[in-house]
Design a protein around this ligand. Structure first.
Ligand code: SF4
Length: 484
């Protein structure tokens, strides 16, 4: 769709609102409108005190205008949002929020106005529906004990393993399938250990206290049993884990899980794993390019329980190709009967959906209401079963404009997920695609250091990766200097 802006700097925010209402129509910012006959378009204009939003679906035009004394982002975006809702008749679940951290915003409102006032502002100012306001508030409340226990030198370690047995059809992550990346895995592993060594030196010298370890991917269990043992030993040898009750490894896909690997993780001090079905329908698994069956998930889960893992997360996705409300209900009930301590319910991101469609898969998201019904079902059933929503984030262009929510039984919250989503605690990342996020303990400042995205660059330019770790020292020194 075409978007015309005039006399204000809120391009990014206006583009996001266009995507919210017309997710399938790429936004093109133009100086003068010249859309085709059935193309949607929008204008967001400021003329002195007069703000005007004009939107069209290619047939009807809706115009709204208001006067404001000065330039104000909310005035422009709110006007555009209200023109879009009038045009389309839609009231998105998260209102005009297009950012990925709604709970962080709610926290700011609650800190300023108290729980009731903060929730009211979240609902009315941002147009968030009452059920989503409740979900965000419950999430905020569940996070409190974890966030308020944080101390100024606390940090988390993230280790990225960007390899998977095959690539899922909906994947938008950098992960590489083993067939194509096998020869990279050995050198990657060796260099990863080197980066961990450097990270240990830097964080020790700064006197930081490690409070959680998360090995994610990709699928970390793509590595061999020996490599997994070696990785766990390296974490224990290099870091002081005496304040770290949480060591998670995403076992992820059941087609990588073996008794030997689970035993190696258990012996390596791993406290929490993920086994991610996404769905328990064989047909849907096939649609998304997974090589395993639902039974493989059940078998892997039983094996993990037999070996002694009692903290197991299961990821599910609503909106998968070929899935239905009934199918999703069966999946969720199946996961509940396994007794997973954590269930994370994701919404399929539209860019991933687009790829499946492009490859001739089942058409997605024509049934947005059904996707929303799946999500509502998960909220109701997980609440009934005593799970708490404890972290929540959104991506741009998600199915039904919904959210991803992590649910946990009381006492089995994964702190790392809160730290990384809420950006309330430093996370130092190792491995390709890793993003170190350093939280200034004395202000709201957050600094990022990026690793190279792909394993090939990570290997060929590893010297630079190690140098970038010195940035952790420099930034912490700045945080501390500013305090004095
Ligand atoms: S398991 Fe996850 S990271 Fe790996 S290919 Fe599938 S979606 Fe991507």
């Amino acid at each position: 769709m075409q978007l015309r802006l005039k006399n204000h700097p809120y391009r990014y925010e206006c583009e996001n609102l266009c995507r919210l209402f017309f997710p399938y129509s790429p936004v093109q910012v133009v100086d003068a409108l010249s859309p085709g006959p059935e193309e949607p378009w929008a204008e967001a204009l400021v003329d002195g005190r007069l703000y005007t939003a004009r939107v069209s679906d290619g047939e009807r035009v809706v115009e709204k205008s208001e006067e404001h004394p000065g330039l104000e982002e909310y005035a422009m975006t709110n006007l555009l949002y209200s023109a879009f809702t009038k045009l389309t008749g839609q009231s998105p679940a998260w209102g005009m929020l297009t950012g990925i951290h709604p709970v962080k915003l709610l926290r700011q409102y609650v800190d300023a106005l108290g729980e009731e006032g903060g929730a009211e502002k979240f609902r009315t100012h941002c147009h968030v529906t009452a059920p989503r306001t409740r979900l965000a508030m419950r999430t905020l409340q569940a996070q409190r004990p974890t966030t308020s226990a944080l101390e100024e030198n606390d940090w988390s370690l993230y280790i990225s393993i960007p390899f998977c047995p095959t690539r899922c059809a909906y994947c938008s992550f950098i992960s590489q399938d083993v067939k194509h990346a096998k020869k990279l895995m050995e050198p990657y592993f060796a260099l990863l250990l080197e980066e961990l060594r450097k990270t240990a030196q830097v964080t020790k010298a700064l006197g930081l206290r490690l409070i959680s370890v998360y090995v994610g991917g990709g699928t970390p269990t793509t590595f061999s049993t020996e490599q997994l043992s070696q990785l766990c030993s390296a974490v224990h040898e290099l870091f002081d884990l005496s304040h770290c009750p949480e060591f998670t490894v995403e076992a992820g896909r059941p087609d990588t899980i073996t008794r030997e690997k689970l035993l190696a993780l258990k012996a390596g001090g791993v406290t929490r794993i993920s086994i991610n079905p996404q769905t328990l329908s064989d047909q849907v698994l096939q649609n998304i390019g997974r090589l395993h069956t639902a039974q493989d998930v059940l078998d892997a889960f039983a094996l993990a329980q037999e070996i002694g893992f009692d903290d197991i997360n299961c990821d599910l996705i609503v909106g998968l190709p070929g899935d239905s409300l009934e199918g999703f209900e069966k999946t969720l009930e199946g996961v509940l009967s396994l007794g997973a301590s954590n269930v994370t319910v994701h919404s399929l991101a539209l860019k991933r959906a687009a790829r499946i469609e492009a490859e001739g898969g089942v058409t997605l998201h024509q049934k947005q209401q059904e996707t929303a019904a799946m999500m509502d079902y998960s909220i109701r059933r997980l609440s009934e079963e005593g799970y708490l929503p404890y972290y929540l984030y959104r991506q741009t262009r998600m199915a039904g404009n919904l959210e991803n929510t992590g649910w946990a039984k009381p006492g089995s919250i994964c702190r790392y997920n809160i730290y990384t989503m809420d950006e309330c605690c430093s996370v130092v990342a190792c491995g390709a695609g890793g993003v170190t996020k350093l939280k200034d303990p004395y202000s709201d400042r957050l600094e990022r250091i990026f690793n190279f995205k792909y394993p090939t660059e990570y290997i060929s330019r590893h010297g630079e990766i190690l140098q970038r770790k010195d940035g952790v020292t420099q930034l912490y020194e700045q945080f501390r200097q500013r305090l004095h």
